[in-house]
Write a protein that binds this ligand. Structure first.
Ligand SMILES: CC(C)(COP(=O)(O)OP(=O)(O)OC[C@H]1O[C@@H](n2cnc3c(N)ncnc32)[C@H](O)[C@@H]1OP(=O)(O)O)[C@@H](O)C(=O)NCCC(=O)NCCS
Length: 326
């Protein structure tokens, strides 16, 4: 939809676990090579949470980084949204643990799981809460510990994923808002292509081989994304009344560099204007888009007024995006 927004992104804070897993480490674990992983995915390293470190721990540290970098107050936040497909528990939510840690009073909390598309959903919900007057200030924290559900004997998946958290503060502004347009869609009939079982071990009638471990049909996902996402991005851009010439940065979900190059080729969009996070952090699920933005901010690449397309895709299958002005 085309959005009349009065919400602005104030800043981002990140936490990346210290433990690195390089392609050379993976060569010792499964039948793979640094050359294969870099050529087929673009990933060189990823970070892994410690055994006793979970999404809530990463989320809290990302919020601390946000506070320190931007010197912002969070004790008046009205809502905390944590996007994650790897919450610590069924109950309580990760968002409630974050609220409790910081002792924020009169603050709503919710977790939002839409796989790797989660961050785009999260900031869209935040913008809507602000636009309708429910909230003035919302924290959206993408916190993921995929390493807890990765089978490190499966070379099809273990080379791809890493852990990270990014906290984004969004608040009401009297000036122009950040959000210009959105587009969301889902393909639940293809849900069995990206799974991690829990109470049930079946998806769409298909029995999942591994319990509580991430599985994907990598090749069919790759083909689905390259075939469908470019058209979806056109739809999103049309809603914004902008053209690709107006766009300074394309920030796709950093799943696989080869796949993103294929999307850019189909869109005739220069890969140099793409912000990514997978080379040193892997696919960090819902954290990958805000992590790419955070890395670009660290390099002072993004300027005030820049127009950006954020586009996520993943489990569900879900995909969707937002056009925003920085
Ligand atoms: C998973 C993925 C990296 C595999 O790359 P690919 O180029 O599609 O490779 P394929 O699956 O066609 O496999 C090609 C060969 O490489 C092998 N292979 C797979 N992983 C390997 C690895 N880590 N090292 C070496 N060889 C590997 C396969 O077994 C296959 O061998 P075969 O031809 O003998 O059967 C890629 O499909 C991908 O990124 N898909 C999308 C994933 C995604 O976006 N997920 C979203 C979830 S959020």
């Amino acid at each position: 939809m085309n959005i009349k927004s009065n919400a602005k992104i104030v800043g981002l804070g990140t936490y990346l676990p210290h433990k690195k897993l390089t392609n050379y480490d993976l060569e010792k674990m499964v039948d793979t090579s640094d050359e294969w992983i870099v050529r087929r995915t673009g990933v060189r390293e990823r970070r892994l949470a410690e055994k006793e470190e979970f999404s809530s721990d990463l989320a809290i540290k990302a919020v601390e980084n946000l506070i320190n970098r931007y010197n912002v107050r969070i004790n008046d936040v009205d809502m905390i949204i944590v996007t994650t497909f790897t919450p610590d528990h069924f109950a309580p939510t990760v968002a409630a643990l974050v609220q409790g840690h910081f002792g924020i009073e009169t603050c709503g909390t919710m977790d939002l799981n839409s796989g790797c598309t989660g961050f785009v959903y999260g900031i869209c919900v935040a913008d809507s809460l602000i636009a309708t007057g429910h909230s003035n200030k919302v924290l959206v924290i993408a916190a993921e510990v995929a390493s807890k559900v990765i089978d490190y004997s499966d070379r099809n998946t273990c080379v791809l994923f890493g852990d990270a958290a990014v906290a984004t503060l969004i608040e009401r502004t009297d000036e122009k808002g950040s959000f210009i347009a959105s587009y969301f869609t889902s393909e639940g009939k293809l849900a069995q292509n990206v799974t991690c079982s829990n109470l049930s071990d079946k998806v769409n009638g298909q029995v999942l081989g591994k319990k509580r471990l991430f599985q994907q049909e990598g090749r069919s996902l790759y083909e689905y994304v390259v075939k469908n996402i470019p058209d979806a991005i056109y739809n999103l851009l049309q809603r914004s009344n902008l053209t690709f010439d107006d766009i300074n940065w394309f920030v796709p979900h950093s799943a696989n560099l080869r796949m993103i190059k294929a999307i850019c080729e189909r869109l005739n969009f220069p890969i140099e204007k793409t912000l990514l996070s997978n080379e040193y952090y892997g696919n960090t699920s819902s954290a990958s888009i805000p992590l790419a933005i955070w890395l670009a901010l660290e390099e002072s690449k993004i300027k005030s007024g820049d127009k950006m397309i954020l586009y996520g895709f993943g489990a569900g299958l879900t995909h969707g995006g937002i056009v925003l002005e920085w």
